[in-house]
Design a protein around this ligand. Structure first.
Ligand code: HEC
Length: 112
């Protein structure tokens, strides 16, 4: 069957599908860079704000325990390490990506 009249439509459809995939990957990449910018901004937050936003859901409103254990007064280096990398058992996932944030929150919590 030569010169099937559907061929141009099929090509346009294939192009459209390819475009949808292209645009969704582009969108995902944009979203990641937007998140990155945002993480830069949150470095301005105080340790307390970061803890309120990222830790109390599991460690309780005053960080003395909830789904996770009490973490008040622990060694700052340890808190920073766990916030960035999670615990060895994996029961707590890595929460923070930003070193400065992890340091600020560790200092705040270890001083409680
Ligand atoms: C998704 C729930 C969850 C969130 C959110 C969370 N944690 Fe945890 N965390 C846990 C659990 C569960 C454990 C116990 C894990 C284990 O024993 O492996 C834990 C353990 C810890 C420990 C180790 C305690 C010890 O005795 O060694 C530290 C430190 C810690 N979390 C700090 C933080 C900080 C700081 C934040 C916020 C940046 C945070 N966690 C957010 C669930 C969470």
């Amino acid at each position: 069957m030569k010169n099937n009249p559907l061929i141009p439509y099929t090509l346009i459809m294939a192009f459209g599908i390819a475009l949808i995939f292209f645009m969704s990957f582009e969108g995902a990449a944009d979203k990641n860079s937007a998140d990155g910018d945002h993480a830069g901004e949150t470095a301005e937050l105080s340790g307390e704000d970061i803890a309120q936003k990222n830790c109390i859901s599991c460690h309780g409103g005053d960080l003395t325990g909830g789904g996770g254990p009490s973490i008040v007064g622990l060694d700052a280096e340890h808190i920073k390490d766990v916030a960035l990398n999670g615990t060895e058992s994996g029961a707590m996932p890595p929460i923070l990506k930003n070193e400065a944030e992890a340091e600020a929150v560790a200092e705040y919590i270890s001083g409680l």
